[in-house]
Unconditional design. Structure first.
Length: 160
């Protein structure tokens, strides 16, 4: 995904704007809706989704963008955080989603392109995110030109 220098939204794309803390409840509702569907089938309790969104928005150097329809209803969101690295800093996507009824209309692409524009402007070296290797989101990231790090791996341990 190359850093674009001009407007990323195509004609007909819902309006994109920066996300603000007051958007947290609507972003949380959209997140619950986007992640409830396959392949994730996640059942986010309302309060926990709100916590998740507020946690990210409260981080230093958080970045948020939302997509709305003409009536101001939230259709999509992207939450990211700029993090320090040896070379400078990089932008990590924490959450991205589009409500099911609005998917495949270019909203996810527009949100990612906006992130790239902003990250480039801020001087970030790269954008990255962690996700499942397979599934529709993998096709989405591939469509944007994002590549998988062949040396990458996720590590973790169950505590309960
Ligand atoms: C992944 C997601 C953000 C994509 O947003 P979107 O607005 O639907 O995506 P776009 O319309 O911009 O799609 C751009 C391209 O990505 C690919 N793509 C997107 N969704 C796809 C799907 N379900 N299956 C296959 N390819 C897909 C296609 O190449 C598509 O272009 P096309 O529609 O011309 O074929 C959205 O499907 C979503 O919110 N999913 C649930 C939450 C999620 O998975 N978040 C990411 C977790 S890591």
């Amino acid at each position: 995904m190359t850093p674009p220098s001009s407007a990323a939204s195509s004609a007909g794309t819902p309006r994109l704007r920066p996300g603000v803390p007051e958007d947290a409840p609507e972003i949380a509702a959209a997140l619950r809706s986007a992640l409830a569907a396959p392949p994730w089938n996640e059942d986010w309790p309302e309060a926990r989704a709100l916590d998740r969104v507020r946690e990210i928005l409260g981080m230093p150097r958080a970045y948020a963008a939302v997509a709305e329809d003409g009536n101001g209803a939230m259709l999509g969101y992207l939450l990211a955080v700029a993090q320090s690295s040896a070379a400078g800093f990089q932008m990590r996507v924490e959450e991205i989603g589009v409500v099911p009824m609005a998917q495949r209309r270019g909203i996810g692409t527009a949100l990612m392109r906006r992130l790239v524009e902003e990250s480039y402007r801020m001087g970030a070296d790269c954008i990255w995110l962690a996700s499942a290797a397979d599934g529709p989101q993998a096709a989405f990231y591939a469509s944007l030109g994002l590549t998988r790090n062949p040396r990458g791996a996720l590590y973790g341990a169950m505590l309960r």
